[in-house]
Write a protein of this length. Structure first.
Length: 377
């Protein structure tokens, strides 16, 4: 193996900084962890290092199976999950000193690899999301050399998290290009991620209604024509202006990072009302927006009735009763579920939920393509 592209002094400067981090590496780039922990002073920097190597381990680490195991989005999700762990392990630290760094890579192997060799590394702090991606020229490096390159990208992100200006030369070839994406979050988004606020207006101003509100929650990943059509019909049906809502929290996944929030918010025009919130469940949304009518698809209304999201049937019933007590209703649009077009009465919903549902007839709206299918297409 060639001499390592980083010096012990470089690693020592990371350890001498106030930064503390959790690293998550799926295999490629693990030399970065070795470099950090093998240099004196590592306990001042490394809170935890984890290697969720198998698909099952990475799924468990993220809380959900990623759509792709080697992608920039997955690296960013890993960095966010690592950042969350840093918050747990170092809750006495100031948030600005904590970071999650991550890497997922597809490198040279002991068997032929049909796809490209690539590296995705990411950094998450309370204020910034950074992602580095590079596709490597196949056959130009050994596995060990590709490992060094991946580790250099991870260590550079660790240095950035610690406020250092120095960077390692990753030794890219002339035809290779490092693609970098970065989002420096506004103060409102930083407060949202840290939990210092529950909601922030991303579009359309922060004015609120004194009466009933029409709220369209969703991931909007991506936002498509069916979403726009649903919003138009809902506004006509209720005679209320639509307020869209994206929760940065999800019961099954890490929070949305700042790059993700930028991309999703950019799908809305300046005169459309869009809220970013920490309300992962409809119980939380109801407490925030009540009295309100929520615009949902049949697949969403079915999930609202699933006891596993509440910790059991009694808690589920109590949550549904709470929604009714807060004068919340659901305007439900039919959806294709399991190959069958469903409306609330065909889903076997509990009576307590059916009582607070209004239905948009199938002849008024029919759209069978989901956001997931659009992403995959």
């Amino acid at each position: 193996m060639n001499a390592l592209p980083w010096s012990e002094e470089f690693i020592r400067r990371i350890h001498d900084s106030p930064g503390r981090l959790v690293a998550a590496i799926t295999g490629g780039g693990s030399l970065a962890v070795a470099a950090l922990v093998a240099t004196a002073g590592a306990s001042r920097t490394v809170l935890e290092a984890t290697v969720p190597y198998s698909p099952e381990a990475l799924t468990a680490f993220l809380g959900a199976r990623p759509e792709q195991f080697c992608s920039q989005r997955t690296a960013r999700a890993m960095a966010m999950a690592a950042y969350q762990r840093a918050q747990v392990y170092a809750n006495e630290q100031t948030p600005l000193a904590l970071a999650g760094v991550a890497c997922t890579a597809s490198l040279a192997s002991d068997r032929p690899k049909h796809g490209p060799h690539r590296v995705h590394a990411a950094l998450q702090t309370s204020a910034i999301t950074v992602a580095h991606s590079v596709e490597l020229l196949k056959g130009r490096r050994s596995r060990a050399q590709e490992e060094q390159l991946a580790a250099a990208l991870v260590l550079n992100l660790a240095a950035e998290a610690c406020g250092l200006g120095e960077r390692i030369d990753a030794s890219l070839l002339p035809d290779e290009r490092l693609e970098t994406a970065c989002s420096q979050a506004p103060e409102e988004w930083q407060a949202l991620l840290s939990g210092r606020c529950a909601a922030a207006a991303a579009r359309g101003g922060a004015a609120t209604s004194d009466g009933r509100r029409l709220v369209f929650p969703g991931a909007f990943n991506p936002r498509h024509d069916a979403h726009r059509r649903m919003a138009f019909i809902a506004a006509e049906y209720t005679r209320l202006p639509v307020e869209h809502e994206i929760s940065i929290l999800n019961v099954d996944k890490p929070p949305l990072d700042f790059l993700e929030l930028e991309q999703r918010a950019a799908q809305f025009s300046g005169d459309e009302r869009l809220w970013l919130t920490r309300a992962a469940t409809f119980a939380e949304k109801a407490a925030m927006f009540a009295p309100a009518t929520f615009v949902v698809g049949a697949d969403t209304i079915a999930r609202i009735a699933e006891a596993r999201y509440y910790g059991g049937e009694p808690a589920c019933r109590a949550a549904l009763e709470r929604l009714a007590a807060l004068d919340c209703r659901f305007l439900v649009f039919g959806r294709l579920v399991g190959g069958v077009f469903h409306l609330p009465h065909t889903l076997g919903l509990p009576e307590a939920l059916l009582r607070i549902c209004d239905v948009v007839p199938g002849e008024s709206f029919r759209h069978d393509l989901s956001s997931t299918e659009l992403r995959e297409g």
